[in-house]
Design a protein around this ligand. Structure first.
Ligand SMILES: O=c1[nH]c(=O)c2[nH]c(=O)[nH]c2[nH]1
Length: 291
């Protein structure tokens, strides 16, 4: 029996980077959470403590900020630039994964016009990307998380298995709410308009959620993934994780009141967690996309 080092990676996680573009017509804010993970020839480092192949995580942090000096652009382009830099500049680094979350800010309205330099954090979901690069090829996964949506009708759930432990009542009119966590794989790392792709994918998720008369969150999940693939030819696979944010009708009878589907208890846990992948049947191999 011998003991060996398994897969490993290291990097600076959750660099909080804010850039202000001081456009005279109105400032623009880019608010990011950037994580770097590098891997390569790190056996000596773990076995003997030799650090000659280690690019310090502190240097990685500095690079994240330095690369924002001349503009960030779309988060996918920024992550690609960083990932390529780490691998191409350091012989001991063979793979880089750069993950970016972009927090949304909305320009305030002041006196009926858009404010020049004032913003409010908005709840429209956090845009995300994960770029993997191995020195030869790059893979780009983009997504959105914490996009909270609710349909106040148009959702049913019935016809499910009943066994000795079932207490859930069938319903033909319930609230359907979820916090969308979606990630999608791009066919290529080049030639994509990342901003347009994100906007179209996000809008597709929202429209499918709103337009699907839902018999289950599973059915809604498929409709959302299918809509993204229909509207975004550059995307080949969509992964969705949808917590079922249960809203239970409150029994008001003890107080002599009826409750015609109006008063609910929004329960936060436990929650059903519905997860699934929707993909093109001719999707190219995922390679390191989901690493
Ligand atoms: O849309 C739903 N899917 C389920 O699998 C499920 N299970 C459950 O208790 N409620 C729901 N709702």
């Amino acid at each position: 029996m011998s003991i060996v080092l398994g897969p490993n990676q290291y990097g600076k996680a959750e660099n909080r980077l804010v850039r202000i573009d001081r456009d005279p017509d109105g400032h623009r804010i880019t608010d990011l959470n950037v994580s770097v993970a590098l891997s390569g020839d790190m056996t000596d480092t773990h076995l003997t403590g030799a650090n000659d192949k280690v690019l310090p995580t502190d240097t990685q942090k500095n690079t994240v900020f330095a690369f924002a000096r001349d503009g960030i652009g779309e988060i996918e382009s920024y992550a690609l630039r960083l990932a390529r830099h780490f691998v191409n500049s350091q012989p001991s680094i063979q793979r880089a994964r750069v993950s970016v979350g972009q927090y949304p800010w909305t320009r305030l309205e002041v006196g009926g016009s858009p404010a020049h330099h004032s913003f409010a954090r908005s709840g429209e979901g956090t845009r995300t990307t994960v770029v993997n690069y191995d020195g030869a090829q790059a893979w780009v996964v983009s997504g959105i998380t914490d996009l909270i949506v609710l349909n106040s009708t148009g959702s049913e759930f019935w016809g499910y298995i009943k066994d000795g432990y079932t207490t859930l009542k069938e319903t033909d009119d319930r609230i359907l709410a979820t916090a969308v966590d979606a990630t999608w794989r791009h066919a290529a790392a080049e030639g994509t308009d990342w901003g347009k792709s994100y906007t179209t994918a996000r809008q597709s998720l929202l429209e499918a959620f709103a337009e699907t008369h839902s018999l289950s969150l599973q059915q809604t999940l498929y409709a959302m993934g299918e809509r993204v693939l229909t509207n975004c030819p550059e995307i080949v696979e969509v992964r969705l994780s949808l917590p079922n944010k249960h809203h239970f009708l409150v029994d008001l009878a003890p107080f002599g009141l009826d409750n015609p589907n109006e008063v609910f208890h929004a329960d936060d846990r436990p929650y059903g967690l519905i997860e699934g992948t929707v993909q093109r049947d001719d999707a190219p191999p995922a390679g390191l996309a989901w690493s």
